[in-house]
Structure formats: structure tokens, C-alpha cells
Design a binder for this molecule. Structure first.
Ligand code: SF4
Length: 94
């Protein structure tokens, strides 16, 4: 097994360090558009998500600290993964 080193950007929040660059993947079939994830992310500070056409979307990927709070806020598990993606081309579904 080869060792792989990557350089990461770290965000400090809530007294902890988070690796930046991971974004939530939102399953549009499961998303109810309830805004739980949007409201929590906004309340916590990053404000990454918005409801667009009735579905949660990553609209400010540069703000995401990858804490995964949105995953726990979702009643349908529509946000199932936090994955590394190009911030200019954020994921819309899994
Ligand atoms: S919490 Fe889940 S169901 Fe509600 S808007 Fe966000 S992704 Fe959709």
C-alpha cells in the first residue's frame, strides 16, 4: 500500500479544526426541500446551502468547512456523503 500525502486547507470553527474541500452531496430524489439543512448551516455560520427549485443545493461551496452538520439535520438522509470536489463544480446528487 502506497502512502499518499495531500496538502489540505483547515478551517477553525466550534473550537475544532475541519478539513476544507469536502462538500455535501444532496440526493434530489430524497430531498423534501424542508430547509432544515439550509437553516442550520446558516445558523452555524458557513451558509453554504439554499433551496433552489424546491431542492437543497450547494450555492456557496467556498464557505463549506466540511463539518457535516447538514447531514444530521436532514430527516430523509438526502445528504449522505461529504466528498472532495472542485468548488467550481459542486455535486448535485449521489
Ligand atoms: S434537510 Fe434534507 S430534505 Fe431538508 S432541504 Fe436539506 S437535503 Fe432536503
Amino acid at each position: 500500500m502506497a502512502n499518499k500525502k495531500i496538502e489540505v486547507e483547515v478551517a477553525e470553527a466550534f473550537g475544532r479544526e475541519f478539513v476544507k474541500g469536502n462538500l455535501p452531496e444532496i440526493n434530489p430524489i430524497r430531498c423534501l426541500g424542508c430547509s432544515n439543512c439550509v437553516a442550520l448551516c446558516k445558523k452555524l455560520g458557513p451558509n453554504v446551502l439554499e433551496i433552489v427549485d424546491g431542492i437543497a443545493k450547494v450555492v456557496r461551496p467556498e464557505n463549506c468547512i466540511g463539518d457535516g452538520a447538514c447531514m444530521n439535520a436532514c430527516p430523509t438522509k438526502a445528504i449522505f456523503l461529504m466528498s472532495r470536489h472542485d468548488p467550481k463544480n459542486p455535486p448535485e446528487s449521489v
